[in-house]
Ligand binder design. Structure first.
Ligand SMILES: Cc1cc2nc3c(=O)[nH]c(=O)nc-3n(C[C@H](O)[C@H](O)[C@H](O)COP(=O)(O)O)c2cc1C
Length: 396
């Protein structure tokens, strides 16, 4: 094992062990000696999930407050709340008496070259060692058990190769671009070698999301746990946000495609004109997202921007929607407005906190059951047949 890799593993392990070692390490790093980092969860158990909102309450009871606050929204949380509220702008115009048999309900969809059992994938989310001792290995194993695509964050706790082992199935790698383009080239080539089949370029972040609550708590950072997973100290430093490329542009889509030989997915777009330009610049899919309200407060809900983007793209590429998806009916509405799949964010972290990989699988089982019920009661058998007529649509 190389020294850098040993270092990374030590750091990843430290995230789980901070309850014991936290105070001493914090002192070394100049953090207040009294700060109690507490432990991430290490649960591995089946959950009885009734809905995602209540799962969030369970996760909140399990995690120390600062760990939970890492998931919080930016600013005063207007966009975060809007992500939920705006689903209410699109009531479902359910058909009745359509002779749909529940055995005929078919949730399967295609996303790039992947056949998925349902129209849901896992969002890239960084620093998962904050929440669970097994970090991304737990969420990747949960996605694997559910049979769906896992998107690995470029700001992960664990190295991408370790996560690839936990998820032999379909997986993409998300990149936060470095100002040093050779580091970007090295990262995406490494991802390809590890078995990741697409690169996700996140377009809506200038650093780690930090909620006011997290800042009020003093931005507690377990020393060394700053998303070390994919960074080699020999190649520009450990922290993914240390030498962040701030001037990312449409030309970076072409760069990443050329450097990796993989399809590139543009994540964090809201505007229809940006979506069109991303596709013209070579994006293989467009991901409508506002980062779950974690990056820039004041932008519209993702679901509000989906219809116009889908109209502009006219089915030319796949569309992914995230931010605020918590219910099967949310997925139904997203498909009706033009998404091919939704991506699930925080509920995966809540499921992981409460139940490890089994909890993550449980989130997808529950959302799939809710979607199935919504389809049955709307008279549509195939997820791919859910179209615009199924919602009352008003473009914003
Ligand atoms: C704790 C946390 C960490 C995240 N880290 C990343 C990341 O590393 N890269 C990225 O593209 N998005 C990241 N996101 C954003 C998610 O990919 C996704 O856009 C968002 O969580 C969707 O909203 P939802 O949580 O309301 O479902 C993160 C989100 C959370 C909650």
């Amino acid at each position: 094992m190389s020294s850098s890799r040993r270092d990374i593993m030590k750091i990843a392990g430290a995230v789980g062990a901070l309850g014991v070692a936290g105070a001493a390490r914090a002192q070394q790093a100049g953090a207040p000696a009294a700060f109690d980092f507490g432990n991430p969860s290490d649960f591995e158990r089946e959950l009885k999930i009734v809905n995602c909102e209540w799962l969030e309450e369970d996760a909140k009871k399990i995690l120390p407050p600062w760990r939970f606050a890492v998931m919080g929204p930016n600013g005063d949380g207007w966009t975060y709340r809007e992500n939920r509220r705006a689903f209410g702008d699109y009531p479902i115009l359910a058909h009745r008496l359509q002779n749909v048999d529940d055995k005929a309900i078919d949730l399967r969809v295609q996303l790039l070259e992947h056949s998925l059992p349902f129209p849901m994938i896992v969002c890239p989310m960084g620093a998962q060692g904050t929440f669970h001792a097994r970090a991304e290995a737990a969420s990747a194993a949960g996605a694997e058990a559910a049979g769906t695509l896992f998107v690995m964050s470029g700001a992960a706790t664990l190295p991408m190769e370790d996560v690839a082992k936990a998820h032999p199935g379909p997986k993409w790698f998300q990149i936060y671009m470095n100002a040093d383009m050779e580091i970007n080239r090295w990262l995406v080539q490494r991802a390809k070698a590890a078995g990741f089949s697409a690169i996700v370029l996140t377009a809506d972040a200038l650093g780690p999301g930090q909620s006011d609550e997290y800042i009020r708590l003093g931005r507690p950072q377990p020393p060394g746990a700053e998303t070390p997973g994919n960074h080699d100290p020999a190649r520009g430093g450990r922290g993914v946000f240390r030498n962040f490329k701030r001037n990312i542009g449409f030309d970076d889509i072409g760069f990443l495609h050329e450097a990796s030989g993989l399809p590139v997915v543009a994540k964090g777009l809201l505007r229809a004109d940006d979506a069109k330009q991303a596709v013209a610049s070579g994006a293989a899919a467009v991901w409508i997202s506002n980062h779950g309200g974690r990056q820039m407060d004041g932008v519209p809900a993702s679901i509000s921007m989906l219809g116009p983007a889908a109209d502009a793209l006219g089915g030319s590429v796949a569309i992914i929607l995230d931010s605020g998806v918590r219910r099967g009916i949310d997925i139904f509405k997203a498909l009706a407005l033009g998404a091919n799949v939704v991506s699930v964010g925080r509920p995966v972290l809540w499921g992981m906190t409460a139940g490890g990989s089994a909890g993550v699988k449980g989130v997808f089982t529950q959302l799939a059951a809710e979607l199935k019920a919504a389809m049955l009661l709307s008279g549509v058998a195939k997820a791919t047949d859910i179209h615009r007529d199924f919602v009352r649509y008003k473009p914003v």
